[in-house]
Design a protein around this ligand. Structure first.
Ligand code: IPE
Length: 244
């Protein structure tokens, strides 16, 4: 089973609220339709849909909200983006189906995420391509907080014992001080100079957080740019390979 995270800034115009990057999404959907993978789960980020609405309501991964209107607004924006992604996949014959994390997942008081995966596994068995998205989730003591597509991807990979995880981001991989792609990382210390101290908190979902989360995972992972999506989906490990 393969998990593909499509970064929100890959498929939306990050600087304009609620605006799709239709051409980029078409290219990503083409690559997914061309892929010959038996089991694929897609997770997409929020880009200008999720982040715009979340920040308007002051909701982040750590700051919660108990306002039902805020929940419906952020979750609704993400469902809209999810419908765009599904529609472009359906146009190409991909049997994509929605999975909305707000209705399935939660965090405990420590912020630990629990995401049930029986529905996703059964969808895969039945030949569907489940498409999840960054969302808000109920968080004990906080109301709701944001759950990122990165977190969902790592959680799915762990629970469903994925063979590979790919993070398709706007950059072609983890970049070193000279902006060259670091080919592989198996220890955070190798990249601490360019990504920052491993103890630093990374609430923005930046590259440091991605690398840390992927190093903690048993599954081999790759971080790559949109041009390498087809390569990842054909079984290669483009960009930066991350394996702890
Ligand atoms: C964010 O998801 C979801 C919301 C803000 C509701 P991600 O954090 O995965 O989105 P990107 O990939 O950074 O845009």
């Amino acid at each position: 089973m393969n998990v593909l995270k499509l970064g929100g800034s890959v498929i939306t115009e990050k600087d304009r609220a609620d605006t799709l990057d239709g051409e980029a999404l078409d290219r990503a959907a083409d690559a997914i339709a061309d892929a010959d993978l038996a089991d694929l789960v897609v997770v997409h980020g929020g880009g200008s849909f999720g982040h715009h609405h979340a920040s308007q309501h002051g909701v982040s991964k750590t700051e919660g909200s108990s306002d039902a209107g805020a929940v419906v607004d952020v979750h609704g924006a993400m469902k809209t983006l999810n419908e765009f992604v599904l529609a472009r996949l359906h146009d190409r014959g991909v049997p994509a189906v929605p999975v909305h994390p707000f209705s399935a997942a939660h965090r405990d008081a420590d912020g630990t995420l629990t995401l049930p995966t029986g529905q996703v596994a059964t969808m895969l068995d039945e030949g569907f391509v489940p498409v999840l998205h960054g969302d808000v989730v109920a968080h004990a003591g906080e109301g709701v907080t944001v759950v990122s597509g990165d977190e969902l991807s790592v959680s799915l990979a762990r629970r469903l014992d994925a063979d590979r995880v790919g993070f398709c981001s706007t950059v072609p991989g983890v970049l070193d001080a000279n902006d060259a792609v670091v080919p592989s990382i198996d220890d955070y210390d190798e990249v601490a100079d360019v990504l920052g101290d491993s103890d630093a908190t990374d609430v923005t979902g930046g590259m440091a957080g991605k690398v840390r989360a992927l190093l903690a995972l048993e599954t081999p992972a790759a971080i790559f740019g949109p041009d390498d999506l087809g390569a990842f989906l054909s079984g290669e490990s483009p960009g930066t390979r991350v394996e702890g």
